[in-house]
Design a protein around this ligand. Structure first.
Ligand code: NDP
Length: 450
């Protein structure tokens, strides 16, 4: 390995040894950059490019006090990591989940920098969120929390500064409460400060569907490039949230057969094909558990998670779409997927495969659609929402969907071309890292030492 790469990697591992997810994300990216760095090592070292790339421009960490329905004061922690603004305003979602901590925020923001570069749209990378758990909270509690969160966040964001969006636990409802509070405090209508807004006040058509649809556009391109037709393929999807639901919708439109979906408790397996309208009713309307599927389809099976391998990964499939959370597929799960004949894995979630799992799958010729490329449709459509807000105009569903499809086709091409140029074969993960690194690195050097 190039000495320079090795030095920076060791520095990150030592300095941030209490941030495992962050170290994992940096390791994965840096190792795949070997062919690029070794070609021009002195140039990158002289510019301290990697040292600058792995250090966020800014981390904002703050207290979020709020009052629950019982009148008790609760204190959560809030974060915004403004990782790299070289290509445009920081852009990336907000995650509300009890597991949120600085390591997870940094890994997500780091990944976001490369993902956003791949869209070829003018957006830098950031991420934020809180360890607040929205599960079981009333609407009023969600609103109070969002208002308190925004009381601090508003000091650090703006349409040309930093534009947050949704992620796990943050959907249109939360974005609405956050936007309302921002508007009240700032006393102006700055539609482009948040994306993922409802259609009534500046949201974009297709934003809700974008990440899942984009994942399937990427998957179709990747399969086609390898002479495989998606029609009739058997698919399992982990998660049943925003990304999972709309990946399922597009997969069905493409003629594939989705047989299982899950949530963090377990999965439903419906040999006759998942009834997506029912999943939408359970998750989007009732905010219930995937287990409730059986109340309407008693012939389906529910399998509870009982080990470190989520139950869904024991179900046989041609294509696996992890659309829940990070490190969902470990090496053990990856081995099971391979035994069951998987041909492709599409990362709808961010870093759902551990480094070992991703490496194992690629080495065994499984086509891996890497998250930072395959799930970039969400942020790309967020950038299209920003464009529409700036124009004070809106595009039709077809217009936005067509733009999204073109962006995803181009992202796959970038990954494929970079993989080819650097002799990485079907390693589209390396392709994605290299293509995006080249873009960010060039721009950083052009902007000087800042
Ligand atoms: P949602 O909150 O809508 O859904 C998350 C889903 O994942 C739920 O089914 C949830 O189950 C499950 N899940 C969450 N945490 C865990 C866990 N620790 N173990 C197992 N299952 C879990 O989130 P999204 O669909 O928006 O996001 C899913 C993934 O996609 C995340 O990695 C996110 O970063 C990524 N992503 C999202 C984008 C977007 O536009 N929304 C864009 C790009 C990436 P349960 O209800 O039981 O918690």
């Amino acid at each position: 390995m190039s000495k320079y790469l090795n030095d920076v990697l060791n520095f990150v591992k030592e300095k941030y040894n209490n941030e495992p997810e962050y170290v994992q994300a940096v390791t994965e990216v840096l190792l795949s950059l070997e062919p690029v760095i070794s070609k021009n090592e002195e140039y990158y070292r002289k510019n301290a490019l990697l040292e600058r790339l792995v250090e966020p421009e800014r981390i904002i960490s703050f207290r979020v006090p709020w009052v629950n329905d019982k009148g008790e004061i609760v204190v959560n922690r809030g974060y915004r990591v403004q990782f790299n603004g070289t290509l445009g305003p920081y852009k990336g979602g907000l995650r509300f989940h009890p597991t949120v901590n600085q390591s997870i925020m940094k890994f997500l923001a780091f990944e976001q920098v490369f993902k956003n570069a791949l869209t070829c749209l003018p957006i830098g990378g950031g991420k934020g969120g809180s360890d607040f758990d929205p599960k079981g909270k009333s609407d009023m509690e969600i609103m109070k929390f969002c208002q308190s969160f925004m009381n601090e966040l508003q000091k650090h964001i703006g349409a040309d500064v930093d534009v947050p969006a949704g992620d796990i636990g943050v959907g249109a409802r939360e974005i609405g409460y956050l936007f309302g509070q921002y508007r009240k405090i700032r006393n102006m209508y700055e539609a482009g400060v948040l994306t993922g807004k409802a259609l009534e006040y500046g949201g974009s058509l297709v934003r809700k569907e974008a990440t899942g649809y984009g994942l399937m556009y990427f998957m179709r391109e990747m399969l086609n490039a390898n002479g495989i037709d998606i029609k009739g393929k058997r698919i399992i999807i982990s998660g049943s949230g925003n990304v999972a639901i709309y990946a399922c919708e597009k997969a069905l439109q493409m003629g594939a057969n989705v047989v299982a979906m899950s949530d963090s408790s377990g999965c439903v397996y419906d040999e006759n094909g998942i009834k997506l309208d029912l999943v939408k009713e359970i998750k989007e309307v009732r905010r219930g558990r995937i287990k409730e599927y059986l109340n309407s389809v008693p012939s389906a099976k529910y399998i509870e998670n009982s080990s470190n391998i989520p139950a869904i990964y024991n179900i046989k499939a041609d294509i696996v779409l992890p659309c829940a959370t990070q490190n969902d597929i470990n090496l053990e799960s990856a081995k099971i997927l391979l035994q069951n004949g998987v041909i492709a894995v599409g990362e709808g979630a961010n870093m759902p495969c551990t480094y070992e799992a991703a490496t194992y799958l690629i080495e065994n010729k499984v086509l891996l659609a890497p998250g930072k490329a395959a799930n970039a449709g969400g942020v790309a459509t967020s950038a299209l929402e920003m464009s529409q807000n700036s124009m004070r105009y809106f595009w039709s569903f077809e217009e936005v969907d067509n733009k999204l499809e073109k962006i995803m086709i181009n992202i796959f091409k970038l990954c494929k071309d970079a993989a080819k140029e650097y002799n990485c074969g079907i390693n589209y993960l390396a392709g994605a890292n290299i293509a995006s690194f080249n873009k960010v690195a060039d721009a950083m050097i052009e902007q000087g030492v800042i």
